[in-house]
Design a protein around this ligand. Structure first.
Ligand SMILES: Nc1ncnc2c1ncn2[C@@H]1O[C@H](COP(=O)(O)OP(=O)(O)OP(=O)(O)O)[C@@H](O)[C@H]1O
Ligand SMILES: [Mg+2]
Length: 297
């Protein structure tokens, strides 16, 4: 089997809004149990670890069914009285999602607005913490990695391209691409060299010294892609990376994504555009915080 770069196991993300006291309590209890589970699991797979995992799954299942009192009871052994007048909402942004991304894949994530696509990408990109569940990056459990290590892992292993480019308009293309290297302790000349090569790879070797605001939309997004790959990340994420581009520029950017993918770069992209998604061998469809279906061709 191919090497799995990124894996989600039963990942859940819930938001409790307003005064849903019991939901809040149950959510906290689940989170606490999750932490306990991670600590124990790091030490080895004892009988106690298995028991806690089972409890965690049960508590999570009740929570997902809005049975907050039952969820709290499983997680803590204590009882909550059912409250009828609590106002507010519980949003199951991600509901028990399991997913493995293999090295070299180009995966598209689709689904209606609010279905959990960005939440999913934020989990995969280690930008946000799940309420429950486990994330593995190159086989290493991420949820148990201490928080202060995360930014470093993110900047070393992951690249991001967002809808609105996020380039610094007054810096040149070269300077923008050099930015992620700034904190890696690389000598200035070498940083310039690496950044120039990344821009050449995206076909912008002749635009190195243009300010970002002196480039077309498609060129800006290519600079953003150069910036995302400059560290040789294991995975590049794009959330609506062609969202603000016309169809010609979208094609230009997708051609680049495909050629980088052919050379082995792993991509996970969120898109509403079927013309973008059709380039992906694997399409994941989200609905109501769950993976509704997956197609592979
Ligand atoms: N910080 C938050 N607090 C509360 N609810 C949130 C929060 N972030 C997201 N949500 C809710 O979680 C659900 C999933 O949101 P998400 O942003 O993942 O959707 P999406 O599929 O990316 O939608 P879009 O296509 O509009 O970008 C939505 O119902 C949203 O309202
Ligand atoms: Mg989104």
């Amino acid at each position: 089997m191919a090497e799995s770069v990124l894996q989600l196991n039963n990942v859940t993300k819930t938001y409790v809004l307003g005064k849903r006291k019991n939901a809040q309590k149950a959510q906290k209890a689940i989170h606490k149990l999750q932490k306990k589970y991670e600590k124990l699991a790091a030490k080895g797979n004892s009988e106690l670890t298995k028991q806690i995992r089972k409890k965690l799954n049960q508590a999570q299942t009740f929570f997902a069914a809005d049975k907050f009192e039952a969820s709290y009871h499983v997680a803590t052994g204590k009882t909550l009285k059912k409250r009828r007048r609590d106002r507010g909402d519980v949003v199951h942004a991600l509901n028990n999602v399991s997913l493995a991304i293999q090295k070299g894949e180009l995966v598209a994530i689709m689904g209606p607005s609010g279905s959990g696509k960005s939440t999913l990408v934020n989990m995969l990109g280690l930008l946000d913490e799940p309420t429950a569940g486990e994330i593995y990056l190159q086989g290493r459990g991420v949820t148990s990695i201490r928080r202060h290590e995360l930014p470093e892992i993110r900047s070393r292993e992951l690249g991001f391209v967002f809808q609105s480019f996020n380039l610094i308009p007054t810096l040149t293309a070269l300077e923008n691409v050099m930015l992620p290297l700034k904190y890696a302790g690389i000598h200035l000349r070498r940083r310039k060299d690496i950044a120039r090569k990344a821009l050449e790879r995206v076909g912008l070797g002749d635009r190195l010294n243009h300010d970002a605001n002196e480039l077309s939309g498609g060129q800006r997004q290519r600079v953003a892609i150069a910036r995302s790959i400059v560290n040789n990340p294991a995975i590049v994420f794009g959330d609506e990376l062609t969202g603000e581009l016309d169809s010609k520029m979208t094609q230009e950017v997708m051609k680049l994504v495909l050629s980088l993918n052919k050379k082995g770069q792993t991509f996970i992209i969120v898109t509403h555009n079927p013309d973008v998604a059709k380039h992906a061998k694997r399409i994941i469809y989200m609905r109501d915080g769950r993976i509704e279906k997956e197609t592979q061709h």
